[in-house]
Design a protein around this ligand. Structure first.
Ligand code: XMP
Ligand code: MG
Length: 179
């Protein structure tokens, strides 16, 4: 099994490029069918979702636009419980159908904050697409509409996800190795 060292932690290979690609494809097919003949605004949550968003949007065939928000809840390998909005949304979102694009939904704190922001802007509808979902860690009741892969409550990195800034460039997903 391929292992990598990031900062002082060891990570082992977890999801291959093929597994990631089929999950992205599965989500795209579901979105294309759900929003047939409609227009979608994808709102990708930076930094983690940049790679997923890019791959997903190449497979989207319905009319769409994309915008970005920057949120932060993790420090190192732990969630802080507080979510800060580092870059916000400036456009008029009144009546828009939004699909939130997340790399991973963990506790759901980020999602909850984003829902509140979007509801304040009178959007028409909100759905969430996430590549990874940790059901054991999720504490909210908001629906997660398009899920790529459910994973156990373990720290992962690669394909946009980082450990203190490093690892985002990896094309596979790795998980923290237990000692
Ligand atoms: P919450 O808890 O708000 O977390 O649902 C969402 C954000 O936290 C980051 N996150 C992770 N980042 N490996 C990472 O590299 C993980 O295992 C992990 N879990 C959560 C991520 O930015 C996500 O959008
Ligand atoms: Mg994120």
């Amino acid at each position: 099994m391929q292992e990598i060292q990031i900062h002082n932690s060891t990570f082992e290979s977890y999801l291959t490029e093929n597994e990631i690609d089929s999950s992205v494809q599965k989500i795209a097919v579901a979105i294309n069918s759900e929003y047939q003949d409609r227009h979608v605004l994808f709102i990708a949550v930076l930094n983690g979702s940049f790679m997923f968003c890019s791959d997903l949007l190449k497979k989207i065939t319905v009319s769409c636009a994309v915008s970005f928000v920057k949120m932060q809840s993790y420090e190192g390998q732990e969630t802080t419980g507080k979510v800060s909005e580092l870059i916000g949304l400036s456009e008029d979102l009144n009546g828009v159908d939004v699909v939130i694009v997340e790399d991973i939904v963990d506790t759901g704190n980020t999602l909850e904050k984003l829902y509140a922001l979007l509801n304040d802007k009178s959007v028409n509808s909100i759905k969430t697409a996430t590549l990874l979902y940790k059901p054991e860690a999720y504490k909210k009741n908001l629906p997660i509409d398009f899920v790529g892969i459910e994973i156990p409550n373990e720290f992962v990195l690669g394909y946009g996800l980082d450990y203190d800034g490093l690892g985002r460039n990896l094309s596979k997903i790795y998980k923290l190795k237990k000692h």
